[in-house]
Design a protein around this ligand. Structure first.
Ligand code: FBP
Length: 320
């Protein structure tokens, strides 16, 4: 059936489900829980300056980062909806040291990892931020069930709270983007079957770390400059990856000294899944990010992802 722009997300999810006679409807129901939670988060973000959701909570999370009020609010809203859906045996979050095993999900066959609000450091500057999610099948009854490679992802996506609120996701059959119509309160298909350009003209590296990067990373960035690429860095991975998927180019967060920043389970793996579904590439510099088996819930990895030709060129320079 031809997928028409403007179709609402629920109908799209159900039509995709119909393509799988073996489907039980659980994944559809789970995706709708994410849809509803992110609509609520979007409404808070749209009113951020008017309601008390801007600023810090005074707490430090498991990442050693100052927790923003919107981090806490987004985590709470998502946990309520994901637990309440009964579809998830376990929920892991950037904001929680350990995974949660909701009572309602004790028979759940899926698990989900979330970054409730990506871009914490730019929230109070009214810059685009986002929510990232990735769904896997339950493989064991304890937290180790989350230590699965990205290639085993069942569905992944992000919501960008930008000039408009968009939900972009994939279940392994291409990438689809839905824009939230605030008047109707419904996500409508605005970007069917998104394909990333093979080559871009934008590089997204935080150059303030230039002097702390390995010489080979510097050479890669110097190459893009020499080639006349433009630098863009939003400070929120969702925003940088969304731009990269839509316009092409490369996003990277290499090791700074010996430290990585991006979290594998709920940032790098879901974004790598989407970039590859859109026709791009995603690597940690030596291997495909989707082949990396996490050793810990909050493990960090260096990332290079985007247009296939730009990522290949960067790897050619780095590994030469
Ligand atoms: P969180 O905001 O979810 O902690 O994510 C980390 C992050 O904000 C990424 O979204 C972004 O790409 C990166 O850190 C920005 O790092 P830096 O401040 O070093 O530029």
């Amino acid at each position: 059936m031809e997928i028409k722009k403007g179709i609402d997300l629920n109908r799209f999810i159900l039509e995709e489900e119909r393509k799988h006679p073996e489907a039980t409807g659980t994944l559809s129901h789970a995706l709708m829980a994410i849809e509803n939670a992110t609509k609520i988060i979007s409404s808070y973000i749209r009113m951020a300056g008017l309601v008390d959701v801007i600023g810090k909570t005074g707490r430090i999370n498991v990442q050693g980062e100052e927790v923003q009020k919107l981090d806490t609010l987004s985590n709470r809203v998502l946990i309520e909806h994901l637990s309440g859906s009964g579809d998830f045996y376990a929920v892991a979050s950037e904001e929680m040291e350990h995974a949660l095993f909701p009572e309602e999900g004790k028979d759940g066959k899926y698990i989900i990892a979330i970054d409730p609000l990506d871009g914490s450091s730019v929230i109070d500057a009214n810059t685009s931020v986002g929510t990232i999610f990735s769904i896997w099948r339950k493989t064991s009854s304890d937290e180790s069930t989350f230590l699965q490679e990205g290639k085993k992802i069942v569905a992944a996506g992000y919501v960008i709270y930008g000039t408009s609120t968009m939900l972009v996701y994939s279940t392994g059959n291409g990438v689809y983007g839905f824009t939230l119509d605030p008047m109707v309160g419904t996500y409508l298909l605005s970007h069917p079957d998104i394909k990333i350009p093979e080559k871009g003209k934008i590089y997204g590296f935080n150059e303030s770390y230039y002097n702390k990067w390995d010489e080979r990373i510097r050479k890669c960035v110097d190459f893009f400059k020499t080639e006349g690429y433009t630098l863009r860095w939003a400070g929120a991975m969702v925003t940088d990856i969304h731009r990269t998927i839509m316009k092409g180019g490369i996003f990277a967060y290499p090791l700074v000294g010996s430290k990585a920043k991006i979290r594998l389970l709920y940032e790098a793996a879901p974004m790598a899944f989407l970039v590859k579904q859109a026709g791009g590439l995603a690597t940690n510099g030596t291997e495909d990010i989707l082949n990396i088996k996490p050793q810990a819930l909050h493990q960090r990895v260096p990332v290079f992802m985007g247009s296939s030709e730009d990522v290949k060129k960067c790897m050619e320079i780095i590994n030469s």
